[in-house]
Design a protein around this ligand. Structure first.
Ligand code: NAP
Length: 304
């Protein structure tokens, strides 16, 4: 029986691992794919304190992992298939094991949102991508479109401008959601062109992307922009499918946690992008992880 099982090895889960191990708790982190979480998709993270020059997302993720392991947290790569969180003894089920713990920190994060178009689904991997850092280099000298107006879309556009001839940023309104610093950098980049008030009607192409078909929301006018790649960056959805029926969430499915990261279930805490909160950043995820462990420790102490 572990003192604490942390599900998810992004910045929240790994920070929780560091704090748990350093507090002398036996800690297991279960991760589905690889440690690092969504930042592994970030070309460069410029707003995490301690890195004045910025740091590659993948490197920051590896540093978090190294730190958690150095302090004694154990990371298991496995897909969690079931949760028993309601009783005093928590159980986390994977394909071939059942792990038991006194407390659980849910830090599964969020996954990218798709446009929900059949043409998008058909062309995934054939020009449609959700990861500019992973796929950007394939579009050297080509024209691409980025869909979205948030931080991810702007960062993706700036990164893609390193390779592509032209980057069209297609946004459904005429005002961006992303940070002012990113807006300024994108506006000043000669390779980036904004297409306002437009939504994607379909992605054109049989075996590879040839164009993106847009509908102007103000005029209803349809137009095609010839591109070889479409990068969808329209936000994220919480990874709460498996737990949403047993724990309080908001309307969008994010877990409701108080300032101590306590959820509606005793002994179950949440941290990072999976939590209903106003600011989803590496720094807030890392902070949540620390607070969640502090609260888990208090919970164990009270129980014993
Ligand atoms: P986001 O902030 O939720 O922005 C999503 C964007 O996509 C919005 O501009 C939204 O338009 C648009 N959108 C949503 N659904 C759409 C649809 N069906 N069709 C067309 N457009 C759609 O998502 P994000 O940019 O991925 O960022 C997620 C979180 O991570 C944010 O908290 C962000 O600050 C953070 N983040 C931070 C950094 C950084 O600090 N360096 C980098 C990346 C992400 P509207 O604006 O009209 O709603």
């Amino acid at each position: 029986m572990y003192d604490i099982i942390i599900v998810g090895a992004g910045p929240a889960g790994l920070s929780a691992g560091v704090y748990a191990a350093r507090a002398g708790l036996s800690a297991l982190i279960i991760e589905r794919i690889f440690a690092g979480g969504q930042i592994a998709r970030a070309h460069i993270v410029e707003n995490y304190p301690g890195f004045p020059e910025g740091v590659a997302g993948v490197d920051l993720g590896l540093k978090f992992k190294e730190q958690a392991e150095r302090h004694g947290a154990v990371i298991e790569i496995a897909d969690v298939t079931g949760y028993d969180l309601e009783s005093g003894e928590k159980k986390i089920v994977t394909a071939d094991k059942i792990f038991k713990a006194k407390t659980v920190v849910l830090a599964m994060g969020a996954k990218y949102r798709s446009l929900g178009l059949s043409s998008e689904k058909k062309l995934v991997g054939a020009g449609v991508s959700y990861c500019a850092t992973c796929d950007g280099a394939f579009f050297k000298g080509k024209d691409v479109a980025v869909i979205g107006g948030g931080d991810t879309a702007l960062e993706d556009a700036l990164y893609l401008a390193n390779f592509a001839s032209r980057v069209y940023v297609v946004h459904r309104r005429d005002e961006l959601r992303g940070q002012k610093a990113l807006q300024k950098a994108a506006a000043e980049n000669e390779k980036i062109t904004f297409v306002w008030d437009s939504v994607v009607d379909s992605i054109v192409g049989d075996s590879s992307v040839k164009a993106v078909r847009l509908k102007n929301k103000k005029t209803d006018k349809m137009s095609d922009i010839a591109v070889s790649g479409v990068f969808v960056a329209i936000g994220t959805m919480p990874e709460t499918e498996e737990v949403k029926d047993m724990i309080a969430t908001d309307a969008a499915g994010y877990i409701i946690a108080d300032e101590r990261m306590r959820t509606s279930l005793p002994g179950v805490f949440a941290a990072g992008d999976i939590v209903a909160k106003p600011l989803r950043q590496v720094v807030t995820a890392a902070s949540d992880g620390a607070v969640a462990v502090y609260s888990a420790q208090a919970y164990i102490r009270e129980k014993e």
